[in-house]
Each structure stands twice: as structure tokens, then as C-alpha cells.
Design a protein around this ligand. Structure first.
Ligand code: SF4
Length: 441
């Protein structure tokens, strides 16, 4: 690290930035503790850990502003194996998570527009368009994204990411590592695992060359232990939604899932989810639900509608409907058993082949059924996501089979995870009302 970069990093991030964020967190915690702070008719106050989450996310992006020249930076897809990168001390940026931040902060539409003006179609994933818009304009609500030294793209979520990361590699002129995971229709064979394992070994070699250091097996084990422990805790956090009333909803999960995606492998992430779990258990013991009056319970399928998170949450809470589980957040907890710190590379190969989007649609239907039955839900909202085709494919069939096979009514709700132009509040309200009336009848 050059002297100038070191001084900038130390002053901007280590000293002033972290102190400011800590002060902001303490201020929010005091605010939350005031009995008159929260006045929602339908929703319980946010979890006490919420200010801590805000601090973690802000600290991550703050570090990103000062990290160049200090740590190597890798941009990675959300489903990419990252344990070896963390063990090599890479700072990680997840363009999809950054896209979600842009969606929540309502800047995604503008950034998608920049990408469309440059020639990308509106049918392209709106995360990719948001990222291209940020890349071309340099605009981002987080201040600044650090330039990548390495790009790591894993195809276990879709093929769009392959084209997306080629665009990034061409723009930034940096190496791209692709980890190609065979699609699992029924069961992964040993040759599938061996194929991914070999690619991981190649990827480690390339990452070591860029980082200028060798991967330390002890450090890799340590990171893998943290990743496994955080995933297990996240899974327990979500399981608490089965209680009646549910102490958290899928909307809480959408917000609180950020660390499990972009800060996996860190000790503070494990501590964060332990604190969240303890708080949920406290809520359960006191009979506090996320909704003040839980009347109905639903399961959510697909990505969140980031730009209408608060709107949808209020619409459902106002009607006494708790979203108690979601296939999207569940995907980050269901593979804990596959992570083995004593065999980190082979177990990563097995684990990263099994996210929901790398499995046949029949497996997704089984997951939805399991969530409906396990969380005693009254029905399902299938978010038909305009620009995420891999997640939305098969939903018409799934709707019909949920009704026929387990008697669970399902609503197809048309929207888009990050592009507000593909969503109409009036239409969504009418469809939700008709669906809930049908369930109540
Ligand atoms: S198309 Fe879907 S799975 Fe692929 S990056 Fe976009 S949101 Fe993710």
C-alpha cells in the first residue's frame, strides 16, 4: 500500500468513518429504545439489531471507497464461492447487492436508463442494467465502488451473469474467472463435483497470482468455519418465522440477508446473526409478532421487489398478512450441511452446485410446498419477475400444482426486482385484494 493510500485509508475509513458510523448506530439504538418512537398501527417496531445491520452495510461500502491500493478487490456474483477470496484478503463487491441498494434507494431506474441508452435491452436483468449504468456513469448511492482487480463469475444462478461479467472484464480490462456449474436435473454425479473442484483449484491459482500470496489452508479453514456457522444461524433465524405470530417476516429477511450474502466468512457476521436469533427468541418468549395482528400467513417466491419493499410490506400488514417465509432467503440457509471446513474445496464444489436456481423447477416446487406446510401458510405469492427469467420460469405450472397437490392457493404478481417501470401499484393492489378475498371466502 502506498503511503498516500495508507494515510487516506487510515483517516477516511479506520478513524473518522468508523467512528461516525458507530455514533450513528448508537443514536439509532437510543431512538429505537424510546417508547414513543414507533407509531405503526400494524407493524411491531424494527428489530433492535437493525441499527447494527445499517452500520455493517455502511462500513462495507465506506471501506470500498478507500480500499483501492490497499487490498485487492474482486467483484463476484451472488452465488460465487468466495471463501478462498476472503482467505486471500480480497475485498469483495457484489454488483447484485449493490443493485438492490440502488433499487431500495430508487436510483435503479435512472441507472437502467443509462444502460438502455448505451444499447442494452429492457429485457436484460435489471441488476445487470443497474450495474452497467453505474459502471458507465460512475453514479452510485454508496459514494464510489472500487475498481476490480479480478472478476469471479459463477453460473450457478443463471447464464446472464456470464455475459454481464464479460462486459465488466472488457470495460475494466481485468481478468475474469468463470466457474461453470453443471445444471443439476436430479442428482449431482461425482464427475460434476470433480469438474467444479478442478475449476476452483484453477481459480485459486489465478487469485493467488493477482494477490501476490499463497492461500493459507489454516485461514481458508477459519473462513469456511465462519461461513458455515453464519449460514446455520441464518437458517435458524428464518425457521423462527414458523412461530405464531411470526416474530419476523420475509421483508425483515430481505433486509437482514445482506451480511449472509456479502459478508460470509467473517466472524462479525456470525456474531450479528447470533444477536438477531437471540432477539427473535426474546420476541417469541414475549409473544411479540412482526405484525400486531397476524391474520393470514403467506410464502413468497422469487426475488424481492426492492423498489416497493416498504409499500408491499405495509399493504400486506394492513390486511393482517404476514409473509412468513420465502424461497429467495431460504436459498441462503438450506446448504449449511454441505459446507465442510475440513474439506473446504471439495465441499465448496458440492455446495455451490446446489443453489435453487441450479436445480430443476421440480425442486423449486418441492421447496415451496415444504415452506407452505412447515410454516402453516395459507397461500403463496409467486412474484413473476419480468427480467429474471430463470427464477420465474415454470410459475404458471407451479401455481396450478400447489393448488392441486397441497390445496395452497397462489397468486402470480407481476413486477420486476429492480425496474419500477414494470410495476403498477393499482394493479398489484387489485390483484392482492382479490386473492385475499378468495382465501378468506
Ligand atoms: S437474471 Fe435473475 S438470477 Fe440472473 S443475475 Fe439477474 S436476478 Fe440474478
Amino acid at each position: 500500500m502506498s503511503l498516500l493510500a495508507r494515510a487516506r485509508y487510515h483517516a477516511g475509513y479506520s478513524v473518522f468513518g468508523r467512528a461516525l458510523l458507530r455514533a450513528e448506530r448508537l443514536r439509532s439504538e437510543r431512538q429505537l429504545a424510546r417508547p414513543d418512537f414507533w407509531r405503526s398501527e400494524h407493524l411491531a417496531p424494527p428489530l433492535n439489531v437493525a441499527p447494527r445491520l445499517k452500520e455493517l452495510i455502511s462500513r462495507h461500502y465506506l471501506k470500498g471507497r478507500f480500499v483501492e491500493g490497499g487490498q485487492k478487490v474482486a467483484w463476484v456474483t451472488s452465488g460465487a464461492p468466495i471463501e478462498f477470496l476472503s482467505a486471500l484478503d480480497y475485498f469483495l463487491i457484489y454488483p447484485e447487492n449493490h443493485g438492490a441498494v440502488c433499487g431500495i434507494r430508487r436510483t435503479a431506474e435512472d441507472l437502467c436508463g443509462v444502460a438502455e441508452d448505451a444499447g442494452w435491452s429492457r429485457d436484460t436483468c435489471s441488476y445487470a442494467r443497474t450495474d452497467f449504468g453505474a459502471m458507465l456513469s460512475g453514479r452510485t448511492p454508496v459514494g464510489k465502488l472500487p475498481r476490480p482487480d479480478l472478476l469471479v463469475c459463477c453460473t450457478n444462478i443463471c447464464q446472464t451473469v456470464l455475459l454481464w461479467y464479460r462486459v465488466l472484464a472488457n470495460h475494466f480490462k481485468v481478468p475474469l474467472v468463470v466457474i461453470d456449474t453443471p445444471f443439476i436435473y436430479t442428482k449431482a454425479g461425482s464427475h460434476d463435483t470433480a469438474f467444479v473442484e478442478r475449476q476452483l483449484e484453477d481459480a485459486i491459482g489465478q487469485a493467488e497470482a493477482i494477490a501476490g500470496r499463497d492461500l493459507d489452508p489454516k485461514r481458508l479453514r477459519e473462513v469456511t468455519v465462519h461461513a458455515r456457522d453464519a449460514v446455520k444461524l441464518w437458517s435458524e433465524v428464518m425457521a423462527r418465522g414458523a412461530h405464531k405470530p411470526a416474530p419476523l417476516t420475509a421483508f425483515d429477511q430481505f433486509i437482514h440477508m445482506a451480511p449472509i450474502v456479502e459478508m460470509r466468512g467473517q466472524a462479525f457476521t456470525v456474531a450479528y446473526y447470533q444477536a438477531m436469533l437471540d432477539e427473535l427468541d426474546e420476541r417469541i418468549a414475549k409473544g411479540i409478532g412482526a405484525l400486531k395482528n397476524e391474520r393470514r400467513r403467506l410464502v413468497w417466491d422469487n426475488l424481492p421487489v426492492w423498489h416497493r419493499l416498504s409499500w408491499l410490506s405495509k399493504q400486506l400488514a394492513g390486511r393482517g398478512v404476514a409473509l412468513v417465509a420465502s424461497t429467495y432467503t431460504n436459498a441462503w440457509g438450506e446448504l449449511a450441511e454441505l459446507i465442510d471446513p475440513d474439506d473446504p474445496i471439495a465441499s465448496a464444489a458440492a455446495c455451490y452446485m446446489h443453489p435453487i436456481l441450479n436445480l430443476g423447477t421440480g425442486r423449486k416446487l418441492e421447496t415451496i410446498k415444504k415452506l407452505v406446510l412447515g410454516f402453516e401458510a395459507d397461500g403463496v405469492i409467486l412474484h413473476s419477475d419480468r427480467s429474471c427469467k430463470p427464477y420465474s420460469i415454470g410459475q404458471m405450472d407451479q401455481r396450478e400444482r400447489l393448488g392441486r397437490e397441497i390445496g395452497a392457493p397462489a397468486l402470480l404478481l407481476e413486477a420486476d426486482h429492480n425496474d419500477p417501470r414494470a410495476f403498477s401499484e393499482e394493479q398489484a393492489t387489485a390483484r392482492l385484494e382479490a386473492f385475499l378475498e378468495m382465501i378468506d371466502a
